[in-house]
Design a protein around this ligand. Structure first.
Ligand code: NAD
Ligand code: MG
Length: 386
């Protein structure tokens, strides 16, 4: 690579965002950070801005605008605040690649804006595709916008597909670690608390995705993400539990040959791959060593215990606005669980009841997706009495 790629990190203070900045810091001749955004962590945003000297920072929570503005007064960094500013900045010419690393539905509008402006998208924010994958991918096609996955499973599949041209996929196998409660049954899960659910065995991630991994909703969201990213039929997507998280996912082609992408679990690798694509660049991350004693195992997910995966499969097959409903209810339920308002098993209960309640729309417009999200959030919140 000869020209510096200018990166906009939407969600720079999160788990993905901070790791992306580590990749940028390690490769100053390849990447520069031009836009940094955060929702409420103004202190970290300012610290990052002073270190990386971006063009622009955006603080989502506009109450914190003056604090950020004051802290950066001696610099030339432009400061914006509020939800709409995220969308406006996504349209600017000061960057080439958006790393979409905001968590949840909140990342949808800015990512859509960047797609419409033909920016390359390094996509961590899986909820964008779960909510409105048909519209998002259609817009990417119309604007010739590359969408490169950052989610480790989807990065693995993307990497397996490089060089395969039009060769047909028979199916993809998404690997799941199983999360902190692998092998546990409902009589155990009924009592689990927030801090325990946040302890993922293999990955250190933001709070929401950590809970989604514990409930297996994360894998459900990833099935839907894969459907849109790789234009697959629901029946081509299989989930297998692989507790070691060394194989990040696999593609089986129509001749039965299987390609897998492997490595130690470290999100910096898929982040770096998405930002540097189509190149691979060297790094000093720890390497997997086949000579050390190791066993790679695979098993079926326990669908009787982790019913979120059944609900997500229903959304995957039925399409329409059902995945959008599921996602909204899940965001509300996970938030409530993180604030000790509902129990671990209630999360699935809230999602299921909301999916049964909200009117189904076969082929929603973007406006209808926005409305569906709002209705599903209100109904889910009414179940919890938030
Ligand atoms: P996180 O909670 O650590 O960080 C989220 C970021 O989004 C923060 O910078 C926060 O300020 C910002 N944000 C939160 N709410 C916002 C709002 N309403 N408006 C604007 N900005 C807001 O999350 P994370 O773990 O980094 O995950 C980010 C995304 O990447 C998620 O969609 C997640 O599913 C996906 N992902 C994460 C990992 C991982 O290892 N962490 C792996 C694969 C995919
Ligand atoms: Mg993943």
């Amino acid at each position: 690579m000869s020209i510096i790629k200018r990166i906009a990190i939407f969600g720079s203070t999160g788990s993905i965002g901070t790791q992306a900045l580590e990749v940028i810091a390690a490769n100053p001749t390849l990447f520069s950070a031009e836009v940094l955004t955060a929702y409420s962590n103004d202190e970290l945003l300012v610290e990052q801005a002073l270190k990386f000297n971006p063009n622009i920072v955006v603080i989502g929570d506009d109450k914190k605008y003056h604090k950020v503005k004051e802290a950066l007064a001696k610099t030339t960094i432009k400061v914006f605040a509020g939800e709409d500013a995220l969308v406006e900045v996504a349209a600017l010419n000061c960057y080439d690649i958006m790393l979409a690393a905001i968590v949840g539905y909140a990342g949808l509008r800015s990512t859509l804006q960047a797609i419409e402006c033909g920016k390359t998208i390094a996509l961590a924010n899986k909820e964008t595709l779960v909510v409105a994958g048909d519209i998002v991918m259609q817009k990417a096609l119309e604007n010739k916008t590359p969408v490169i996955p950052v989610d480790s499973e989807h990065s693995a599949i993307f990497q397996c597909l490089v060089g395969e041209g039009r060769n047909k996929i028979e199916k993809i196998v998404l690997t799941a670690s199983g999360g902190p409660f692998l092998g546990k049954k409902p009589n155990y899960l009924v009592n689990v608390k927030r801090d325990h659910a946040l302890q993922h065995p293999n990955w250190s991630m933001g709070a929401k995705i950590s809970i989604d991994s514990a409930t297996l909703m994360n894998k459900g969201l990833e099935m839907i993400e894969a459907k849109w990213l790789f234009d697959l039929k629901p029946e081509q997507i299989q989930v297998v539990v692989h507790p070691q998280s060394i194989i990040h996912s696999m593609v089986m082609f129509e001749d039965g040959s299987i390609k897998a992408q492997m490595g130690l679990p470290d999100m910096k690798l898929p982040i770096q791959y998405a930002m540097a694509f189509p190149h691979r660049i060297p790094n000093t991350f720890p390497r997997y060593d086949f000579r050390k004693p190791n066993t790679l195992t695979f098993e079926e997910p326990d669908l009787r215990t982790f019913r979120n995966l059944v609900l997500a499969t229903e959304a995957l097959f039925k399409g329409g606005n059902l995945a959008c409903v599921m996602n909204a209810a899940n965001e509300i339920a996970v938030f409530a669980f993180l604030h000790n308002r509902i129990s671990f098993l209630d999360i699935t209960e809230v999602v299921e009841r909301t999916m049964n309640k909200i009117a189904f729309i076969e082929a929603p417009t973007l406006e209808e997706y926005f409305d569906t999200d709002g209705e599903a959030r209100s109904f889910a919140a009414s179940l919890i009495k938030l």
